[in-house]
Design a protein around this ligand. Structure first.
Ligand SMILES: Nc1ncnc2c1ncn2[C@@H]1O[C@H](COP(=O)(O)OP(=O)(O)OP(=O)(O)O)[C@@H](O)[C@H]1O
Ligand SMILES: [Mg+2]
Length: 481
């Protein structure tokens, strides 16, 4: 008998994965006691004519065959023994058994179909099932699974529907469970929201029923092994060469930078690029909700927040991290995403000798970014007059860089804006360069250019000259369109 096979007469395992708290259907009794709310009607699918990206096309009959073989496999193998094997041996073991089942059941299939089936079944039992082919691709930015039958991906800035589907919501939920249990978390009806990370660093969010009405919903921001560099952004046209040079000078001259942009607009990527200009000798501390930054410098301390545990305790917030940072003798502090009262501590840090600090935040323009900082501080319970907060903002943030994903899917740096000062109660901003849209070509691609605004001597000129960069700056400003 092959290792991993069940002894004859053993009970078939109900659920394939070895995840600790695999979601089980609610016990019948409980279901009877709690009246089930009326099911929310599912709107008629609007997606009939939506183009679908075919990924490893499979026929309906293939799914049927796979289901039969999969069920037979689950009846045959002993999952607890299988779990003790390393991935390679477990895969071998499953392959042997599946080949045997195919022979016994007299299933007719071509060699290539059989190979496909073996891969799919191994992925189902050991990996992330139908997600595997998507996870293996490096050109996908996001994977969005909206219940078992609907999966979208983002490729080249465009969201497309795929033909990837799960056996049912239970399989999808199982995979979600498997993902989050790797980082010691749990997702089920009682705690239906969960953030996690894949082993490769990809950022994961799961929201399960009853909160997600149409089935478990999984969102993955794929981790790019080869992070984009500023040069890549120039090649993609996200920024002009002169604009990139200005960003380099801003980074080198230790300006305090806020990167603003919408969801998925490329903020973290840009932040990562800007950290490339930090001197190797500097002590840098990064604070993130999910470690995404990849700094190249040797002296970096990486910190990550922690959500509360099941009992609701043990949370470590971004504010805790940023406050703690200040006791760690940082030279620069990098905050992955500023979204709450940590804004106050970051501004203070920027103000008190940690210049060259950076952070990102969600906003649609530099002005909105600064007013968001203001409201984060106000809502954080600091009872400071608006004017004082604005003075703090003006005294600490030097430059706001705005990122955006345009309607054709391209990502652009929309403007590099300086914070000039306060006039009365109003913060004065000055664009150094802007992306101006001139129209679109016949393929729907947006045409435009990064253009200077005629500023010859930005406010950070003094800083640039302190770092002997004023000539480079003058040249870069001159060569703006
Ligand atoms: N200029 C660019 N050109 C092409 N692709 C880009 C560009 N900038 C970022 N990307 C890609 O877009 C995706 C999203 O980027 P990123 O994570 O930086 O966005 P974000 O604004 O930080 O998103 P979120 O709001 O979810 O944190 C990534 O896959 C990244 O590689
Ligand atoms: Mg981000």
């Amino acid at each position: 008998m092959a290792f991993g096979k069940k002894p004859a007469g053993a009970q078939p395992a109900a659920v394939p994965p070895p995840a600790p708290a695999a979601p089980k259907p609610a016990p019948k009794k409980a279901a009877a006691a709690v009246p089930k709310p009326a099911p929310v009607p599912k709107p008629a699918p609007k997606t009939d004519h939506e183009p679908v990206r075919r990924i490893e096309e499979r026929s309906e009959q293939y799914y049927q065959t796979k289901m039969t073989i999969f069920n037979a496999l689950i009846d045959t193998i002993d999952l607890s023994q299988l779990a003790q094997l390393d991935a390679e041996s477990a895969r071998e073991e499953i392959r042997d058994i599946v080949v045997e089942i195919i022979a016994i059941k007299n299933v007719v299939m071509s060699i290539s179909e059989q190979e496909q089936l073996l891969d799919d079944i191994c992925n189902d039992v050991l990996g992330y099932g139908p997600l595997e082919p998507l996870l293996a691709r490096d050109d996908i930015a996001d994977i969005m699974v909206n219940g078992a039958d609907t999966t979208y991906i983002e490729v080249n800035g465009k969201i497309e529907r795929t033909n990837i589907r799960f056996r049912d919501n239970a399989q999808l939920m199982n995979i979600c469970q498997r993902i989050v249990s790797q980082v010691g978390r749990r997702v089920d009806e009682s705690s239906p929201i969960c953030d996690a990370r894949l082993l490769d660093g990809s950022r994961v969010n799961v929201i399960a029923p009853p909160l997600a009405i149409d089935g478990p919903t999984l969102t993955i921001r794929k981790f790019k092994k080869d992070k984009l560099r500023l040069n890549d952004l120039v090649n993609f046209g996200s920024i002009s060469p002169a604009g990139a040079e200005i960003l380099r000078i801003i980074g080198h001259a230790r300006c305090n930078i806020l990167i603003s942009g919408g969801t998925g607009s490329g903020k973290t990527t840009l932040l990562n690029c800007l950290t490339g200009f930090i001197e190797p000798g500097e002590r840098v501390i990064t604070c993130e909700d999910s470690a995404e930054l990849q700094l190249q410098q040797p002296h970096v301390v990486r910190l990550e927040t922690r959500p509360p545990n099941i009992e609701g305790s043990g949370a470590v917030s971004m504010r805790d991290l940023v406050k703690n940072c200040l006791r760690m003798r940082p030279e620069r502090i990098i905050v992955g995403e500023v979204r709450g009262p940590e804004a106050f501590d970051l501004l203070q840090a920027m103000n008190t000798g940690h210049d060259g600090s950076m952070g990102t935040l969600h906003a649609n323009s530099p002005r909105e970014a600064l007013s968001r900082v203001e409201s984060m501080i106000t809502m954080g319970g600091f009872s400071l007059p608006a004017k004082t907060i604005r003075e703090m903002i003006v005294g600490s943030i030097d430059v706001v860089v705005q990122a955006s994903r345009l309607r054709d899917g391209s990502r652009k740096i929309m403007c590099v804006t300086e914070v000039m000062g306060l006039e009365g109660d109003t913060i004065i901003l000055q664009d150094i360069l802007k992306y101006e849209i001139d129209g679109e070509d016949d393929k729907g691609k947006i045409k435009g250019a990064h253009r200077g605004t005629g500023i010859g001597r930005p406010r950070f000129w003094e800083r640039a000259s302190y770092y002997s960069l004023e000539r480079d700056l003058a040249r870069a400003l001159d060569s703006l369109d």
